[in-house]
Design a binder for this molecule. Sequence first.
Ligand code: SF4
Ligand code: MSK
Length: 649
Amino acid sequence: MSDERERSIDQATVELLEKARKEEISTVFSRADRIKPCPIGVEDSCCKVCAMGPCRLPRSKKGEQQERTGVCGATIDTIVARNFARKVAAGTASHSDHAREVVETFLKTARGEAQGFAIKDEVKLLEVALDFGIDIEGKDTTAIAIELGEKALNEFGKQHGELVYTKKAPLKRQEIWRKFGVMPRGIDREVVEIMHRTHMGVDQDYRHILLQTTRCALADGWGGSMISTDLQDIMFGTPVPVLGSINLGVLKEDQVNVIVHGHEPLLPELLVVASRDPEIKKLTEEVGAKGVNLAGMCCSANEVLMRHGIPCAGNFLQQELALVTGAVELMTVDVQCQMQGLQGVAECFHTKLITTSDRAMIEGAVHIEFHPENGLDTAKKILKMAIENYPKRRHAVYIPDHSRDIVAGFSHETINYLLGGLFRASYRPLNDNIINGRIRGVAGVVGCNNVRTIHDFAHIAMIKELIRNDVLVLTTGCAAMACGKAGLLTPEAAREYAGSGLAEVCEAVGIPPVLHMGACVDNSRILVAATAMVKEGGLGDDISDLPAAGAAPEWMSEKALAIGQYFVASGVFTVFGTTTWPTVGSENVTRHLFEDFEGMFKGTWAYEQDPVKGAQLMIRHIDKKRKALGIDKARERVLFDMAMRRAIE
Ligand code: SF4
Ligand code: MSK
């Protein structure tokens, strides 16, 4: 493997990569050295949808004209658009199937059939019930929750009409969606329709395919993801800022280490409860451990971090390395972003890998299925297994001494409250600070890690450039964790890294310049926050008018493409990074997404490998929007005298 220090900017990762190399343990990093990306696949110029192919249609290296059609006559534009559409469908399906599981558990909770779950946030229950048009007058919590659960479940199989949550978007945005025929009808229907349209010999006009791709992505952002976030908040509590810690140094040599990995916070919530059970504590003492140390990985980590302050062991590229410490007794995985390579690493140690979803098994792993009806019993069973495994550690443990304190859990509701105060919760102060220029704009920087680039580097380089230029950053997923490890998720980071205007506001309110808003499905919180800014007034009448931009500089998953597509369709300028953009095989498709979409949806894609240049593209876009709003002059006048400082305090 190439020098470990070139693979990550995170020292804990580098140290464990060195350990893995010395002990000849296969990881995603070593496998990436062995397997080079396919040059045709990388530009998606390959069609495999029928058995007359696969048809490979790479771009000519010398640029000469050549016929680029498959055996059936499908053009390269159709092929590339079909491939892109299928990726967005897979991403939408993933977020939305997660949401379905949440809704079904929510319904069981409301009916008293789920063990260990409860309706924790009744205020949010009422708010969401009203969004769904439920008459709450004279009904108790149980009745409202059951009705809400049934209506939410209906969103998946609905065949006609419009998804309920699309009504939350600014009116102008809804009109745009209707005008282009991309208003999502039902979540499952939009995914199924992509699979049909991209079957051999169906939809063969790339513009038409990309419209359905957009409708499907909107069913994710304003459907599956938003439902998931809201019902999780009602069941587990709407996040408020909590103190936590992050990085592999959160593992404890003298404790039973259990890592929750994946995306659905259902079992992880119960593991938190079970870990505090006296019986579990007693068993832990009996094996000579000082306690059960629950830690999170990937988006499950974000979920339990922001609701319980459970430490976060790391992000996507650190999942195998957590096991390389030799300190992990047990790791649970449910769905999404869990590498099959985990089992190979687990077998090098005493670690037990437990698959818990009926939709996902890994060969060699132990399967203990989670069902809400006996969820707490399952959680205890899993913890007991971990405790029994503690005395079986057979290697010297090496836990890198790297972890950081962070503040996480900024929901839309919290931002509203923190900036506006308990009795006048509103986005007014945020909008005012954007209008007066202290805050230049807002950026959502989200998404994964990708082993084809330096771990965490692009996230941090981009975000530092943004906050240095007074752009407030909202972050989720693995990007949020990268920020935590780099020390950007503390209020003190404002003074150290932010421009003077942003730092003034952050210090006055006591918030970090980068706000951790949760897991991948919680990108819906960013949509809600953007809509709240529009509704507050003074920054235009659509999301596309806001001085705002989005980015996923280290994306890797199909879910990231679905997220990007719904951000673009919601009017956001969205920059993706890493080594390539998946539609480069077709100039027409790429031009349509990168240029034509701006005219249609007032939001567009951009691709930039260099994260600092990517940040500068976002800042240019933000400045363009400030100019259009007529607030560009404000920034020039901002000089932070004492009177202004007092005014924001
Ligand atoms: Fe080739 Fe057409 Fe079949 Fe695709 S659908 S594999 S382009 S023949
Ligand atoms: S976990 S989708 S690697 S953000 Fe949501 Fe991280 Fe990307 Fe998975």
